[in-house]
Write a protein of this length. Sequence first.
Length: 254
Amino acid sequence: MQKHLIAIIVTLCFPILASCGLNQNRENVESSTTVSSSTKENQKDISKKSDSESSTSSSTESTSTTVENKNKQGQELYKEVLERYKRYDFLLNRGKREDLQKELKENKVFSEEFGYIFTLSTYDKPATLHYVFSDLNKDGQEELIIGNEKYIGAIYYLENSQPTLLHTAYVASAGGFRSSLIIYENGQVSYADWQSTRPEMNVTLYAFDKNGVKKVKEARLQIGGNEKAEQVLDISANVLDLTKFDWNQFESVN
């Protein structure tokens, strides 16, 4: 009788124990699956991060190479102009005004370039010149811009493969002459000149092409009036942010 009772109890408990074992196995399998999935996700994240870092590195290297090639090309195309400005910068920063003015008179330069540099030589605070090359209208030809992050002093372009001055911009230390240059995001350039004693200014819009430059529109603007240069010249593009340029300093003259 006692043996039969023990057999009955074992028979009843076996399914329960088997069920517990099965649940434990399921939990182990689910836990293992969760860990495996988590590991795969981590591996994917690491792979994505690695690919992203690799892409960023490649992009940076590509940008750096592009800038280097652009500078090399520009140095060759505008070598004559850059040599002159390197000399200007050297003399301006050492306060050698008489030597600079003498060289300007002896060298055959654009009349506006003469006026621009001569005016800089009359300022009390020495001017530090910078430059940058930029294909403003995306036609494959670089333009040379003299200035810095705050203003543009001069723009040169290629005409028949020869460096040509578009305009300069400065405030005369005497006589009241004023001029300005503004570059827009579409590659166009506006130039304005006026006298401080007169109520009007002349404004002109230019566009570069492979043959050089063309005058798009010109007008006369009342200083202090309601209209702006962008309105009378029908300019819809935004002004180009000069801080985006990687400006170069002129090398020291030995």
